[in-house]
Write a protein that binds this ligand. Structure first.
Ligand code: CO8
Length: 263
């Protein structure tokens, strides 16, 4: 589990098997500065490695999930600096390195990089009044952490183009209707309870199956249907090599509760 003290995030373990990372930079509405992203990656990697963690909740405050990349940090950045330091590249750690499911619980603003961060997660829950958007155009720039790609896949080109070219926001209710959010809640308390309940459900299953399921669903975003189905079948075959597949099916036949070994 994460060991060092953090300045811009809080890391906790609210239930057995469930980790929570709370973005906590209230003075800047959780603007995603490089130091914040460094801490986020550090905590995510620690929970991903921890044998005690099965699912991770990523949230902000009631007022803001995250109001974007840190505009003050970026304002003087030059092309050479951005290019030579691979600015933003480390943001992708969340999608490339973390094998355990991440549930985004979004309340308040999720703008620019904040919207992109939520879209990188595996399950997105939000409040009906959440405020999503890619307002980069208003700052003379464009989405830079996958927004043009992930939002477009999630809601289609027509809506994504409309939003990204105008900088208009969309509500949590719309996110639910458009399929960006899997569930929409009436209040912040219900949102957090819902996210925790889902994380606990996931933590009640075999880690081998959970991580395999996450991997194959995410592959559907990169592969064509033929390669995707083949990839799924390879992983499915592989899971017959786990102890937990034997345990789960034996427990079903014996009408008992499965006691997973996570092996
Ligand atoms: N960066 C830095 N500081 C911010 C940011 C931000 N993105 N958002 C808010 N803050 C700061 C404000 O400057 C203010 O600080 P201060 O008190 O020192 O003046 C404090 O947070 C509170 O903000 P407001 O007073 O503006 O609060 P309001 O409730 O009036 O408004 C809004 C809330 C509507 C969210 C407003 O703050 C806002 O419009 N913020 C900017 C939203 C935005 O444009 N986000 C996109 C940023 S660009 C981006 O994300 C590019 C992504 C590229 C890939 C990732 C790159 C790292």
């Amino acid at each position: 589990s994460p060991s060092r003290p953090y300045e811009f995030i809080e890391a906790s373990e609210p239930k057995p098997g469930v980790a929570q990372i709370t973005l906590s930079r209230p003075k800047a509405l959780n603007a995603l500065s490089t130091p914040l992203i460094t801490e986020l990656n550090d905590a995510l990697l620690a929970f991903d490695k921890s044998p005690n963690t099965s699912a991770i909740i990523l949230t902000g405050s009631q007022k803001a999930f995250a109001a974007g990349a840190d505009i003050k940090e970026m304002s003087t950045l030059t092309f050479s600096e951005a290019y030579t330091t691979s600015f933003i590249e480390s943001w992708s750690s969340l999608t490339t390195l973390i094998k355990k499911p991440i549930i985004a619980a979004v309340s308040g603003h999720a703008l620019g990089g904040g919207c992109e961060l939520a879209l990188m997660c595996d399950i997105l829950y939000c409040t009906s009044s959440a405020n999503f958007g890619q307002p980069e155009i208003k700052l003379g720039t464009i989405p830079g952490a996958g927004g043009s790609q992930r939002l477009t896949r999630a809601i289609g080109k027509a809506r994504a183009m409309d939003l990204i070219l105008t900088g208009k926001s969309f509500s949590g209710t719309q996110a639910g209707e458009w399929g960006v959010a899997a569930k929409v809640f009436g209040s912040y308390e219900d949102l957090m309870e819902g996210a925790l309940g889902t994380a606990e459900t996931i933590a009640g299953y075999s880690k081998v199956a959970v991580m395999g399921a996450k991997e194959v669903v995410n592959k559907s975003q990169d592969l064509g249907i033929r390669d995707g189905v083949e990839y799924e079948r390879r992983v499915f075959h592989g899971i017959f090599g786990s102890e937990d597949q034997k345990i789960g099916m034996k427990a079903f036949a014996e009408k008992k509760k499965a006691e997973w070994t996570h092996k």
